[in-house]
Design a protein around this ligand. Structure first.
Ligand SMILES: O=C(O)C(=O)C[C@H](O)[C@@H](O)CO
Length: 256
């Protein structure tokens, strides 16, 4: 029996556009709510949300068997941390701040068993192999991993064509907020210079045969990014959804 199919990767290979949401509560229950809502994929975010291996692992458990696919964002692409979340059952990882082809190639190797990579082979005791219940896991797992690299600085954009040349990079995900900050527009990704860079990058990613990804928190911006070619499209953050709805409700009743 082989490693489970990575259905997100298969859907991207079929050319589908996948709609996702950020899961930032670092807890299983809200993640389960998001999965029930019907998103194609969720980011379990360990870069800006207070997730650790334990909270990531329990959320991966909640999403196991769900139609919604899990994407784990680590704070950085350390080989040992990648090994831990893959063993916990993640198949798709999003790694921030990728700025060179060498960095991207290291990430590809970290996600793959030898000889293609350097992933440590201890999944016998891990959820990834169904606790040794998948006899062929170790020899089939490489084909089911999906790597999303985040390009979100001018250095990353300068290296984009080189990054796109790295075999094993499935998705290049633009980070509009960090990109705007790096371009001197902290907190404002709407300025024309940033938008033009995003449009150009999404186009180059698609032209290279990789899936372009991005996050937008309002409908019009998300629709524009989709029109510019984004196929891994995050359209919300659960924490923001709750905070906005709660503030609006409280304000409405305070005002009478
Ligand atoms: O730069 C960005 O935009 C991102 O990387 C996404 C953010 O980290 C997301 O958490 C919203 O602020």
């Amino acid at each position: 029996m082989p490693a489970p199919e990575n259905r997100l990767k298969s859907a991207l290979a079929r050319g589908e556009t996948l709609i996702g949401c950020w899961a930032g509560f670092a807890a299983p229950y809200p993640t389960e709510v998001l999965a029930e809502a019907g998103f194609d994929w969720l980011v379990i975010d360990a870069e800006h949300a207070p997730n650790d291996l334990g909270t990531i692992s329990v959320q991966l458990g909640v999403l196991r068997g769900a139609a919604t696919q899990a994407v784990v964002r680590l704070p950085m692409g350390e080989t040992w941390a990648i090994k831990q979340v893959l063993d916990a059952g993640a198949q798709t990882l999003l790694i921030p701040m990728v700025e060179s082809a060498a960095q991207a190639a290291d990430l590809v190797r970290a996600m793959r068993y030898p000889p293609e990579g350097v992933r440590g082979s201890g999944a016998a005791l891990a959820r990834a192999s169904r606790f040794s219940g998948i006899p062929d896991y170790i020899v089939t797992a490489n084909a089911q991993t999906c790597l999303m690299v985040q390009v979100e600085t001018r250095a990353g954009l300068d290296a984009l064509d080189d990054i796109l040349g790295v075999d094993g990079v499935d998705v290049v995900f633009i980070g509009p907020s960090d990109l705007a900050a790096d371009m001197g527009h902290l907190g404002d990704a709407t300025v024309p210079e940033v938008q033009e860079s995003i449009r150009d990058a999404l186009g180059r990613i698609a032209a290279a045969g990789r899936a372009p990804g991005i996050l937008a928190l309002d409908h019009d911006t998300a629709a524009r990014y989709r029109d510019w070619g984004a196929r891994v499209l995050a359209v919300g953050i659960d924490v923001v959804l709750l905070a906005e709805a709660a503030r609006a409700l409280a304000a409405r009743w305070r005002e009478g």
